[in-house]
Design a protein around this ligand. Structure first.
Ligand code: EPU
Length: 417
């Protein structure tokens, strides 16, 4: 298992293009199981979560090629099998096979997925929504088993606004009989990307980007070539890296609108930003200011996946800032790693904390707790004095493609050992 060694204090400078979005590529790959013919998906990030998912679908009989950020999938030989094993248990996103496998075989049997430890993450929203399309749930504490004679469109109110549950329902509904209305649908940029992919394959999805989707079921989807959207979460991470090092960088390959609430919060902290059509520029800022409250919520609110990275910025801002993480109860644990580096904060409860800045951080050995907390550790190390050693970096590799190489290109002193 590798580590990152970072010597902090280097101002980042230059231009960086972000990779394709992990959270868009994962459902698009799963949705390709619904298509006849060969699907070509471009701009796919080369990260371990994608490689794991591709191994799972290859084990189910699909032919898969992954080269130069392009995935080519043919699902003609996809066979029905229980979806289980180490990879499924390790990766929560494997849940995204539920919808397409049910649509394709009228039954699905998969073991409960694992993933990052972010607190309680039930799959009830997925199962309840799919049940509304007309499938039976066979109770088994180890597996999720769903069976249907025919999926039928329905008017469904999601039990909560959940990204992957919405994606599963969309994938099951596009070939269901009749019309499906999904109310309280998640509308994150990656959910929108999945819908655009499916529409390119012939699906009839309306309301993309809103919390109400209307889907007219069609018989079959044809394959297409599709390019996955840029990763706004990676872009946000680089923006913070520049802001906390007094850097001057241009981040390309994204739609800045995906980051509207994040950019608004950055402006509130006094970060100097220029927004272009498909890029953002971070310029050296004067003193960073605390913000009264950062509240994570579903899109278009502040994204939970940028909460930990943003907290690092707040350790450098003058004053007290409150973080309110509304989605996950386990997503403030990384603060204890920042404390080892000299950050000061008060935890009010599992969802709320007050960050007290500015603090000079010092390099010490630290650990990454999940994908985004891992990115936050790198950020803290970039602005810390001295050498920081980060372990558990396999978490970071699940979501960020060669992050150390991209940061080196911008002048950071970071190596993988
Ligand atoms: N939840 C709320 N309030 C809400 C919405 C959700 O409390 O308004 C709770 C739900 O109860 C659920 C939990 O939050 O248990 C997680 O939400 P969701 O079901 O939307 O998460 P997910 O679909 O399992 C996806 C991303 C996560 C991201 C969340 C939230 C993928 C593959 N995963 O997970 O990404 O944090 O949505 O936006 O798309 C990551 O990339 O590092 C990651 C963890």
């Amino acid at each position: 298992m590798g580590k990152f060694i970072v010597n902090g204090g280097k101002k980042l400078k230059g231009e960086i293009k972000v990779s394709g979005s992990k959270n868009a590529a994962l459902p698009v790959i799963c949705a390709s199981l619904l298509c006849s013919g060969t699907t070509v998906i471009k701009n796919v990030p080369d990260i371990s979560d994608i490689r794991s998912l591709l191994k799972i679908i290859e084990s189910l009989g699909c032919s898969v090629k992954f080269q130069n950020h392009t995935v080519t999938i043919n699902s003609a030989k996809l066979k029905y099998a229980n979806i289980e094993g180490e990879l499924v248990c390790k990766m929560r996103a494997s849940i995204l096979l539920l919808g397409p496998m049910l649509a394709r075989f009228k039954k699905v049997n998969m073991s409960y997925p694992g993933g990052c430890v972010l607190g309680k993450r039930p799959v009830d929203a997925h199962i309840l929504a799919l049940k509304e399309l007309g499938c039976k749930i066979i109770d088994d504490s180890q597996h999720i088993i769903l069976v249907t004679s025919q999926l039928k469109g329905a008017d469904i109110i999601m039990s909560e606004i959940s990204v992957t549950a919405t994606e599963n329902l969309i994938m099951a509904a596009v070939t269901a009989k009749g019309k499906t209305v999904i109310r309280l649908a998640a509308c994150e940029p990656h959910v929108q990307d999945l819908c655009r992919f499916l529409n390119k394959c012939g699906a009839k999805i309306k309301g993309i980007g809103t919390h109400e989707l209307v889907i007219e079921g069609i018989k079959t989807l044809k394959s297409c070539t599709y390019s996955v959207t840029g990763d706004y979460l990676e872009a946000g991470t680089f923006a913070i890296a520049a802001a906390i090092t007094g850097g001057d960088i241009k981040i390309t390959g994204i739609n800045p609108h995906d980051l509207d609430s994040f950019l608004q919060a950055l402006k509130e902290t006094n970060v100097n930003i220029e927004i272009c059509k498909s890029c953002i520029c971070i310029k050296p800022s004067k003193e960073l200011k605390a913000v009264p409250k950062i509240r994570t919520a579903v899109y278009p609110s502040f994204p939970t996946d940028l909460q930990a990275p943003f907290a690092v910025l707040l350790t450098q801002a003058n004053g007290e800032s409150k973080i309110y993480e509304t989605l996950f109860e386990g997503r403030l644990n990384y603060l204890f790693e920042l404390e080892k580096m000299g950050a000061r904060f008060e935890i009010i409860n599992p969802h709320q904390a007050i960050i007290k800045g500015p603090r000079k951080l010092k390099g010490v050995p630290i650990s990454s707790w999940d994908i985004r907390a891992g990115a936050a550790m790198i950020l803290a190390a970039l602005c810390a004095e001295g050498k920081t050693e980060i372990d558990n970096i396999e978490y970071i590799d699940r979501g960020y493609e060669k992050i150390e190489k991209k940061l080196q290109k911008l002048g950071a002193d970071i190596v993988r050992i």
